[in-house]
Design a protein around this ligand. Sequence first.
Ligand SMILES: [Ca+2]
Length: 147
Amino acid sequence: MMLNVLSFAVWSLTLMTVLAPLAVDSYPSNRDRIPNGYRVPDPCRPGRTAQGVGHVLADGGGARNGFGQAFAAAGGWTSALCNADSDGDGISNGAELGDPNCNWSQGQTPESTSGITHPGINNDNPNCFVPPWLWKLFLGWTVIFEP
Ligand SMILES: [Ca+2]
């Protein structure tokens, strides 16, 4: 048991070390530019929030997902971006981020701060690299490192 915990810790640290450089080209301040930017749950890692909402890598960096591409094209939170459905799950970006009527502007409290879902990942079919149940089973403890 102890060996399993130790080998798992070594594996986890190795993985984090390998993935860390991929996170350097994101812009964390962009989370201030979308409603509930700090409350977006990561559907692939139960219990954690997504640090890079517009990126394929949940902690930021790497390629942009559909929401990140639309955000970059719009240049910020616009009515068009709010009404769009970037991940194709049938729910608008605004509804997913607690701004269903697209009234939010930076610095304001969004219309809703609960029930937030990820606008760049189809929550019905998140297509996670590691299945959420497996992540929760082996890496759920990393929630304590949530920034
Ligand atoms: Ca959507």
